[in-house]
Design a protein around this ligand. Structure first.
Ligand SMILES: N[C@@H](CCC(=O)N[C@@H](CS)C(=O)NCC(=O)O)C(=O)O
Length: 236
């Protein structure tokens, strides 16, 4: 019947089609093998998945990877993901899904509520628009700023400090645009929380490592940020 298994917190009855996943789990109890999330506690991309799952009250097994030690460069891991990055999701039959948004998409389809990627065509488009903006214009420069100014991965890449510094400037440019936008919008994509906020939040918190900070220039982002921090999922 189904080739995936989810463990859901008992106070939630998520729907898959018309059947609560809990019911499917009961029927499939003997066969349950939990999905595995290859995860790194300190890294921002796996955190996006963890927050996404926390919002949906879904638990999956977490396999912690030590990136600096090169766990993600091992032969075994590369056989699962030749692109070497975390996170990846491994299903019970060995199927691998890599790329944060693809993993989130999978869970959104399995368990549509609460909708974090939109419910109608326009909302879906706006969320995708802001998710991509937050990812390409903020998360990516923050990540490059980190890699190129910290030397954290100097065993596997050549840090270019000038490039890293330019990336940090680009990240601040996004903050300027987001500040204006959040003056008239409660959340990044619409009036409700979405995956776009998760991406922005994870990148903003990770940016502290390279001293990217909100200031008095960013009161609207600060207001949004405090709202994010109040969500229990922000602990993920
Ligand atoms: N496009 C990927 C990016 C994943 C990514 O960059 N992951 C980082 C951690 S946040 C990583 O695995 N870095 C290890 C390395 O570069 O060796 C996604 O969205 O999942």
């Amino acid at each position: 019947m189904v080739h995936y298994f989810l463990k859901c917190k008992s106070n939630q009855l998520p729907l898959f089609g018309l059947l609560p996943i809990d019911c499917m789990l009961t029927n499939q109890k003997d066969k349950i093998n939990l999905m595995k999330l290859y995860d790194t506690k300190q890294a921002p991309n796996p955190r996006r998945v963890r927050i996404f799952l926390a919002e949906k009250a879904i638990e999956v097994e977490s396999i912690q990877m030590d990136l600096q030690a090169g766990d993600n460069l091992s032969k075994d891991y590369l056989s699962k993901n030749p692109f070497s990055k975390v996170p990846i999701l491994e299903l019970d039959d060995g199927t691998i899904i890599s790329e944060t948004v693809a993993i989130c998409r999978y869970f959104e389809e399995l368990q549509p509520q609460p909708a974090l990627m939109g419910s109608d065509p326009l909302q879906k488009a706006h969320i995708e628009m802001w998710q991509r903006r937050a990812e390409f214009h903020f998360m990516f420069p923050v990540g490059m700023g980190f890699q190129h100014t910290s030397g954290f991965f100097k065993d596997r890449m050549t840090p270019r400090v000038d490039f890293g510094e330019d990336c940090i400037k680009s990240a601040y440019h996004f903050l300027k645009l987001a500040e204006t936008h959040l003056a008239s919008s409660a959340y990044l994509a619409s009036d409700s929380f979405s995956i776009a906020d998760i991406t922005f939040f994870c990148a903003l918190e990770f940016g502290k490592v390279i001293n990217i900070r909100l200031s008095e220039k960013h009161p609207n982002i600060e207001r949004w940020y405090q709202q994010m921090k109040q969500r229990p999922s922000s602990q993920a």
